[in-house]
Structures are given as C-alpha cells and as structure tokens.
Design a protein around this ligand. Structure first.
Ligand SMILES: [Zn+2]
Length: 501
C-alpha cells in the first residue's frame, strides 16, 4: 500500500479577455464544486465526473489517499497573482505537512496563465518538485485543451489526457492516470520523456474528436501505448492563450528515451500530415439563421447554431448579443438561445414576476468592440432559482448552482438567462426554465464543441456561426506577443512573427 497525495488546480486561461479570474471565483460553487480542502476533496469529488473522481475510483481501496486541495476556476481571463499564489501555496503547504508520501497525482487542466507565470502548471510542478525532491513520482492528468510545455513534461512521470472533445471521458482519464501510477509505483520514476510541439495552432471548432482528423489521432495515441511506452497524450492546445509554448502537441513517457522518442515522432508525423483536414465551415450569424430557418421548415428536430465565439468555456463572456440580434431580426420562430449570463436582467425579471413585460437592455456589457446590449421589451416566461442537476454526457450528474435564472421571450425567440456563466453543454438549464430542447425549431448555443455531447443526438443539423465574442475562431486575429516564431496561427495559415514587447 502506498501513500499517495492527490490534488487539483484547474484553469483554462484566455489571456485576451477580461476580467481576471480571482480567488473568490475559484472558491464559488457554480457548475462545478467550489475550492475544497483535505477530507472535503473526497466528499465532493468521489463518484462524479472529474479526472480525480476516476483516479479515486481505482486507487482509494488499494492505497492510502492523502487529499490536499482541489479547485477549478473554469475558463476565463488571466488568473490573478493573489489567486495563483494563495492556491499554489496552500496546496504545497499541505503537501509539505503530509510528507512523507510515496507519490503525487494532480488533476490539472494544462492551460493556466497567471499574472506572473505564462506556464501556470509548469511553475506549480517546479515548486512541487523543489519541495519533494528529484525521486518522487508525479503523475498528472490534463484536459484535451492543454498547452503542454517542456517544464510540465520534465517534472512528471506520466501524463494522461482526455481522449474526447466534447469531454465525456474525464473519469476514465483519471483511471488511466491511476494505471500509469501503479506502473510508476512499482518501477520508480520514468526515465524517458518526449514532447513534440506541432508547428500550427488548431481552432477549437476544428478539434472535435467525434470526427476526423482528431478521432484518428487519438486512436493512434492509444495504439502507441503499451510495453515500454507508459503514456502517450495528444493535446489539441488552447489557442486563445498567449504563451511561448502555446499549441497542440504529443507528449510521451516511456521506460527508455529511445522508446519515448520513437512514439512521439510517429504521432507527430501523423498529425503533421493531417494539417489540411482541420477545416470546418463557419457562417455569419444572419446567414446561419437564414439557413437554420430553411432546414427547420422541413425538419421535426431542432437545428443547432453554435455561437462559437461566445463560448464561456473558452473565455467568452456568455453575454454577447450577435446571435440574438440575428435570430430576432431574422424572424426566427420557435427558437431558444442559451445560456446568456446577465445578473441584472435576471434580477429585473424576478422583480417583475412571471407573465410581466419588462423593458431591458440585455447582455452586451463585456465587449468585444461592436457588441452592444439588446434593448427591447421581453415577456418573463419563467423564473428559476438556478439549482438543478445536469444529466448530459459532458457534465454527468452534477449539482449546479447558477444563481437565479429567467426565461425571457421576444417575438419567436426565448432566451435562457443566468446569473453565473455556464457553457451550453447540457440541456438541464433549459428544462429548469420549462423549455424542452427537442421541441424547439432552432437552438442557439453558447458553446464551440461541448454542446455536441448532449444536443447533437436530438438535432436535425448543426451550424457554426461567428458572431463577435471573446473567443476568436480565427486565431490569426489574436494579437500574440509571446508565441514562438514560425508557428502557423491557423492550419495552413500565416506564421507567428515571434515574441515581441
Ligand atoms: Zn477542454
């Protein structure tokens, strides 16, 4: 029986948006557990849909688990110095108190940038390594959208990454991390490690693993594991994050350096040949609405329009109005849009009551340039307290607290409005407000790919639209200042000019 310290510290940082992500945000219970410590970690994370949940499932009967701290700040602007330093210090302080341990497992995201550190995870692992010394096995799991760095590779002994986007295998990823941990516990630290960064960025809407080329890439990494190769992870990267090592990669840990290099080179060659296949057509909002109406006129199932650039899971504010304007001005009927975050509008709706008409300036408060509130008179169709349980494959069964909610209707368009941000990756928030998604003609969803997990099975068709938002589908438009030179900003696109001040 080994004594294994476990913890988690997630953030997916879009360095091009505000506001910064502060300590209070990490502490709040939203669409995921709040910041939890020691025994509370096991209470909140056991049996749910995070990587740590899967890791515990495999390991907690065989080993002594020492829970440190777990927190997830979701996706958003840069992590404040205060939040990063407090959480890192608490996690490492607790680890230090709990020593000696035999190994460490961390449930990380892999795309965290703080005000001081562009490689948030690499810095965290550097400090942990400094605390525990060179012999301690460290295994981590990462989100598929990780910008893996040489530092993260060097400090660890195995890396397991999600195989899916939409992410429906978080617990399985933790289970795979547990199996690599069992290997490392038996044989000691892994001698071989190799990281290959790809020479192009992949926009999120082209990263879905339900289709090629991502599907085949993930399958290849699974075939490459075994014998001397302990873990092979393909990470598609998170483009809206300005750091030197941004972008997709394959990372391998193996019992020899030669085996690690061989597997990493084979996977990198395979991915390089797929560059031209990462292309998904995108539409302007008005075009998407017109096309959706045409399809919906002959369909019995809803047409989905992904509002890909306002995905709060990629740093979008979830309050942009481009698609809402297009739906209303395009005369859409039987349409529902979700989930638009506007605490003030919800408050006004609750004050007015169900059935009332309220004049509102809805959303559009957080930019980017050109985004304005939608001013109009809305009917308050339904109200909710924002407390419900999700059931879709991406979030699993999870207790949610989005704060008060309201369903507002204008013309043929209903808008599900929340107090806290949540990506439209589950049908539950619509149902909480009495909207049955499969009975709608058109569903506008603030999501890039995750919506496909719960909504694609009920859909007639899926369109991707590019209304203005904080997450740019065309990464060539981001003003990178730190990204290394020579990286193509889109598949087959223009090159990065390299770091500059
Ligand atoms: Zn992700």
């Amino acid at each position: 029986m080994a004594r294994i310290a476990v913890g988690g510290f997630h953030h997916e940082t879009n360095t091009f948006v505000t506001p910064a992500t502060d300590f209070a945000y990490f502490c709040s219970h939203r669409d995921r557990p709040p910041l939890v410590r020691r025994g509370e970690v096991l209470k909140w994370l056991s049996g749910i849909s995070f990587a740590l949940s899967g890791f515990l499932d495999v390991m907690d009967k065989e080993h002594e688990i020492v829970p440190l701290l777990w927190t997830s700040g979701g996706a958003g602007g840069m992590v404040t110095r205060d939040a990063y330093e407090r959480i890192a210090a608490e996690l490492i302080g607790e680890l230090s108190q709990q020593m000696p341990v035999d190994a460490i497992y961390l449930d990380l995201h892999g795309a965290m940038v703080s005000e001081d550190f562009e490689d948030g995870e690499g810095e965290l692992l550097r400090r942990i390594r400094a605390c525990v010394g060179p012999d301690m096995p460290i295994v981590i799991s990462l989100d598929y959208h990780s910008n893996v760095t040489h530092e993260m590779t060097a400090y660890t002994d195995a890396i397991s990454a999600y195989h899916t986007y939409p992410h429906v295998d978080r617990p399985e990823t933790g289970m795979r991390a547990a199996r690599t941990m069992q290997h490392v516990l038996k044989h000691g630290r892994t001698p071989g490690r190799a990281l290959r960064k790809m020479p192009f960025l992949i926009p999120l809407h082209s990263q879905c693993t339900m289709v090629e080329p991502s599907k085949g890439i993930v399958e290849l990494t699974q075939r490459l594991e075994g014998d001397s190769v302990i873990s092979v992870a393909y990470l598609a990267g998170f483009p809206p994050s300005d750091l030197y090592q941004c972008g997709p990669c394959v990372v391998v840990h193996a019992t020899t350096q030669a085996a690690a290099d061989r597997a990493a080179d084979e996977a990198a060659r395979f991915i390089a040949l797929k560059e031209a296949e990462f292309a998904v057509p995108v539409l302007a909002p008005a075009e998407a609405v017109a096309r959706a109406k045409e399809i919906a006129a002959k369909a019995s199932r809803p047409v989905l329009i992904a509002d890909t650039q306002d995905n709060p899971g990629a740093g979008g504010s979830a309050d942009t109005t481009g698609l809402l304007f297009a739906l209303v001005e395009g005369g859409a009927e039987g349409a529902a849009l979700g989930y638009l975050c506007d605490a003030e509008a919800v408050q006004a709706a609750h004050a007015a009551g169900t059935g009332a008409d309220v004049a509102l300036k809805l959303g559009g408060r957080h930019g980017p340039e050109g985004v304005v509130p939608f001013a109009g008179t809305f009917r308050v169709e339904a109200l909710g307290d924002g407390k419900f349980r999700t059931s879709g494959p991406v979030s699993g069964d999870r207790d949610i607290d989005l704060g008060p909610m309201a369903l507002l209707r204008i013309g043929g368009v209903k808008v599900a409005v929340t107090t806290k941000r949540m990506q439209a990756l589950d049908q539950a928030p619509f149902r909480h407000l009495g909207v049955e998604p499969k009975e709608q003609k058109i569903l506008g969803l603030k999501s890039t790919v995750h919506f496909r997990g719960d909504f694609q099975p009920i859909a007639e068709d899926v369109l991707v639209c590019i209304a203005p938002g904080g997450h740019l589908a065309d990464s060539a438009k981001y003003p990178y200042r730190k990204l290394r030179a020579g990286v193509r900003l889109m598949p087959l696109g223009p090159d990065s000019r390299g770091p500059r001040s």
